[in-house]
Design a protein around this ligand. Structure first.
Ligand code: PHE
Length: 445
């Protein structure tokens, strides 16, 4: 069967689109402030490029070498061994993530709608907290929003690689960049913005310890979409002429850049109005609307911000869905349409449970967490790390070094890649597995 191919720019924006998501817009800014400002950023950059980039390249190599879905990639590259079960694992994990990611994506649909129809101006601080709490704990509206978000995701993926995912990313990623940059420029001109910049960029090395390093690594994995089969799947649509090193580095750099610009867009405004940043969804859906209500031109900024949030979430969610779609189409011989419909139903059901876990199902706890937190924690702290570990072990210890070299250097024609291969190989084979295991075990303890 003939597979679709990304164009060069298409591959870049699709991968960057997968990487840039909710993780950049609310998780990163908050983590930076919490864990020592610029000191955390330095650790994050080091981990992103020394540890995560080699993992990213490993996934890229697996995908592009095989030109197949994640299951078949592991199976065929290893000559039909048990490694295919790892492939299956990397297909199931993004489905779990998509299910709860879609719930937050749905919240951004609702807040975009709110910013279009309801003025945030003049409301008190507590109004927004109550609005947010009432919204997430009500049964129907969040469920409807989750449905809308998942439907949008599914419709883009149904259309296909070139006409759906690539076209969408080509239009939306530049738009996203312009919006976030514009908000950032506006934010630093607000009186009192410097406190926010201080919070972000003042290095406090005393806050760097085991747990902040683990937080930086977890964030880097999540933000670069590692351990989920997504990069592998997208890479399987990348042309053999493209330069893996260039594409991977470009994705990592844009991901980092987006996270930093998002920090600059959000934190100065929060501080300019005398508020404290808080973690997770609360920052975006409860603090920020208040901030928008206070600032001049805030209603326009609010609309722009929630458009950006929705777009960022969509370009990520489509990459999660594509992993399993590719599998069902290629291995189970389903039509793309049917594969999308079936996966929509599965993710809708799991996501519905997560959505209801803020309200009617809030009494159900696993390991002391509600369903949403349980899935979030399980996938981002355990499954994602395992996925990345399996990936580097597979590339570093199971595949042939000569084949990796061949794929990474395009048959020896890319001289810079050839020069860097020794370092890359060492990182993939020794450094990555050891560090991942060390951090994983210390996290478990
Ligand atoms: N990288 C995305 C973000 O930062 C999340 C993601 C995870 C996307 C895994 C795809 C796969 O929000």
């Amino acid at each position: 069967m003939k597979r679709d191919r990304f164009g060069r720019f298409g591959a870049l924006v699709a991968m960057a689109g997968s990487a840039v998501g909710l993780g950049n817009l609310w998780r990163f800014p908050y983590l930076v402030g919490e864990n020592g400002g610029a000191a955390f950023i330095i650790v994050y950059i080091l981990l992103s490029f020394v540890l995560c980039l080699p993992i990213f390249i490993s996934e890229f190599v697996i995908g592009r070498r095989s030109q197949k879905n994640a299951f078949a990639a592991f199976r065929d590259l290893s000559g039909g061994s048990r490694w295919k079960w790892v492939g299956l694992f990397t297909i199931i994990v993004p489905l779990i993530v998509l299910s709860y990611y879609s719930v937050i994506g749905g919240w951004s649909v609702e807040y975009l709608f709110k910013s279009l129809t309801f003025s945030f101006t003049g409301e008190s601080r507590s109004t927004f907290s109550t609005m947010f709490t009432n919204f997430v704990s009500s049964p129907w509206t969040p469920l409807l929003c989750h449905t809308v978000f998942l439907l949008m995701t599914t419709l883009i993926v149904i259309v296909g690689i070139k006409d759906g995912i690539e076209k969408f990313s080509k239009v939306m990623m530049p738009l996203l960049f312009v919006i976030v940059l514009a908000i950032a420029i506006y934010a630093v001109t607000l009186p009192g913005a410097s406190a926010g910049l201080n919070y972000l960029f003042n290095p406090d090395f005393s806050k760097i310890d085991g747990s902040s390093i683990a937080a930086a690594l977890g964030q880097a994995f999540f933000s670069l979409s590692l351990g989920f089969g997504t990069i592998m799947t997208y890479a399987s649509y990348v042309d053999k002429k493209e330069n893996i090193l260039f594409q991977s580095t470009a994705t990592a750099v844009s991901d980092l850049m987006f996270a930093m610009i998002a920090g600059v867009a959000i934190m100065p405004a929060v501080f300019a109005f005398g508020l404290n940043p808080q973690s997770g969804p609360g920052l975006v859906f409860d603090t920020l609307p208040y901030v928008f209500g206070q600032m001049p031109g805030g209603s326009v900024i609010a609309i722009l911000f929630f458009v950006a949030l929705l777009v960022a979430a969509l370009t990520s969610s489509i990459s999660m869905l594509e992993v399993a779609v590719a599998y069902l189409v290629e291995e189970k011989k389903m039509s793309r349409k049917w594969a999308c419909v079936i996966l929509f139903v599965i993710c809708w059901l799991v996501g519905a449970l997560c959505s209801l876990s803020f309200g009617p199902l809030s009494d159900i706890h696993i390991n002391g967490r509600n369903l949403f937190d349980f899935f979030d924690n399980l996938s981002s702290n355990v499954l994602m790390t395992l996925g990345s570990l399996f990936t580097v072990l597979f590339v570093g210890w199971r595949l042939k070094k000569a084949d990796i070299y061949d794929e990474f250097t395009n048959g020896g024609t890319l001289s810079r890649n050839a020069k860097l291969f020794g370092v890359l190989w060492f990182l993939i084979r020794y450094v990555c597995p050891v560090v991942i295991i060390a951090i994983f075990v210390s996290g478990l303890l």
